[in-house]
Design a protein around this ligand. Structure first.
Ligand SMILES: NC(=O)c1ccc[n+]([C@@H]2O[C@H](COP(=O)([O-])OP(=O)(O)OC[C@H]3O[C@@H](n4cnc5c(N)ncnc54)[C@H](O)[C@@H]3O)[C@@H](O)[C@H]2O)c1
Length: 452
């Protein structure tokens, strides 16, 4: 194995399975993010809109030297599933079909939703694995009644098998788009697969619904991505299971909005050796996600995910003069009038030459699900590619998309979005047998200058 890739001594390109047949994208949680993704893909397929923000659909990648002028679209470079071959499905604690759920989410305009109404109405959520212990602000009735956590995992596996056969899918991926669960620390029941399976039989409270979905999928060799900050598959037991079943996994917490801005700006300030004394971040959010995060247990999970970012970019211990006193605060305020249109305020206290202070203020009027939908699409397509390329376990090259990237034990996550992009692009080049790009260029630069 080479960094989670099967090392067969030949370019990965030569043994990537083709993206033939239909790809089922199953999502626990058919709320604002999932319905914005589904409606968006259906609208793109009808040529009603463009998939802006999706690297797989709109992004390109440079190959070889700058002088070669080879810059294909990513989707033309690596063998990804086509949007026409995608079938969506999922689970939710509310029984609304995807059209109803998308209307309730109030992210997309009604004329756009109506243009894809039949496609959306056809998708009805399967009954959820749900327990209010983990998300106390919700109370739906579309919930499985199986006796115990082991039986619930079997029921999810049965759902997946049925969906695959009813929709004639060649492959399935699962992406967690459900609410953020309450904060859970890693404990003994998460430490090994044997302990976890015993915990399922014992209904251990440290096993949350998201872990049950993840276990069911990974046991079947189905790639699993976690878009919320819950632990979910970021526990040794499920990493072990992913290794045993040769399954790619990834998480946690889609990187959108304020954290996206942070991981764009902080590396820039650090690159110029500017100091940062404080970073105060507040958010006003009025959708169901904001309602769930209004509960302190659920906010704690999000807070841990959001707070780790700056330390991991700035490394205060390596540069105490610039970042040793950094004060980083994050808050989320549930404010219904804003709906899905999140407003974030950042006040950044920086200092420059001779310690002179300066301030940066950012007021980002974003749309949470508009930023998240293309991230879900890219993750689903890339993790399906990873599976077909024989890449197993934690897919760190997908860190680009996460607020709190899952890494191999003992490794610090990389949060700098530019390093994350280089890693993602180099992974694609490596898969396809292209030279990795170091941006050195000295090998051909001098020839170019002399030729002038
Ligand atoms: N929108 C973003 O920018 C963004 C960014 C990072 C992470 N996230 C995370 O993505 C997730 C989805 O966000 P959203 O805005 O769509 O939230 P949402 O509240 O609109 O949708 C979540 C859905 O999950 C359902 N649900 C809850 N528990 C479930 C379970 N156990 N099984 C099945 N369904 C369940 C809820 O009923 C709800 O419909 C949240 O965890 C959020 O924190 C969103």
């Amino acid at each position: 194995m080479l960094g989670g890739m099967a090392d067969q001594g030949e370019p990965i390109r030569s043994y990537i399975q083709p993206a033939d047949g239909r790809l089922g994208i199953l999502m626990p949680g058919l709320g604002a993010v999932a319905t914005t993704l589904i409606a968006g893909v259906e609208a793109v397929k009808k040529d009603l809109a463009r998939p802006i923000g999706s690297l797989t659909q709109m992004g390109s990648i440079r190959l070889g030297k700058r002088t070669e002028n080879r810059v294909p679209r990513i989707r033309d470079f690596v063998p990804l599933a086509s949007l026409d071959d995608i079938v969506f499905g999922g689970w939710d604690v509310y029984a609304d079909n995807v059209y109803e759920a998308a209307c309730n989410a109030r992210v997309l305009d009604q004329p756009l939703l109506d243009a894809v109404k039949p496609e959306l109405e056809a998708i009805r959520p399967m009954t959820a694995v749900f327990d209010r212990t983990y998300v106390s602000n919700l109370d739906g009735s579309n919930v499985k009644q199986a006796a115990g956590k082991a039986a619930l995992a079997d029921a999810v596996a049965e759902d997946i098998r049925r969906f695959r056969s009813d929709n004639d899918c060649a492959r399935i991926v699962v992406v967690w788009c459900a609410s953020t669960e309450k904060y859970i620390e890693r404990s003994a029941v998460h430490a090994t697969l044997a302990a976890f399976e015993q915990g399922l039989r014992d209904d251990d409270p440290a096993i949350s619904p998201s872990m049950i979905y993840a276990y069911a999928a990974i046991r079947m060799g189905i790639p699993f991505i976690n878009g919320a900050p819950n632990l979910t598959c970021d526990i040794p037991a499920l990493i072990e299971l992913a290794r045993e079943t040769s399954t790619p996994i990834g998480g946690k917490d889609f990187k959108t909005g304020q954290t996206l801005m942070k991981t764009i700006l902080a590396p820039g300030l650090q690159a110029r050796a500017l100091g940062i004394k404080g970073w105060f971040s507040s958010n006003i959010l009025g959708n169901r996600d904001g309602f769930v995060l209004d509960h302190p247990d659920n906010f704690r999970t999000k807070e841990v995910s959001k707070l780790s970012v700056l330390k991991d970019i700035l490394h205060p211990e390596q540069n105490p003069e610039l970042y040793g006193d950094l004060c980083h605060k994050v808050s989320i305020n549930y404010y219904p009038p804003h709906g899905d249109n999140k407003e974030s305020w950042d006040n950044i206290d920086i200092f420059g030459w001779l310690g002179y202070p300066m301030q940066i203020k950012i007021n980002f009027l974003c749309r949470d699900s508009i930023l998240a939908a293309p991230v879900v699409l890219d993750l689903a397509l890339f993790v399906d590619l990873a599976k077909r390329a024989g890449m197993t376990g934690i897919q760190e090259w997908l860190s680009f998309y996460f607020k709190s990237p899952q890494t191999a034990p003992g490794l610090r996550p990389e949060h700098d979005i530019f390093k994350q992009l280089v890693k993602l692009q180099n992974t694609l080049r490596h898969m396809m047998g292209e030279d990795l790009i170091t941006h050195l260029g000295l090998d051909y630069y001098q020839d170019l200058v002399e030729a002038l």
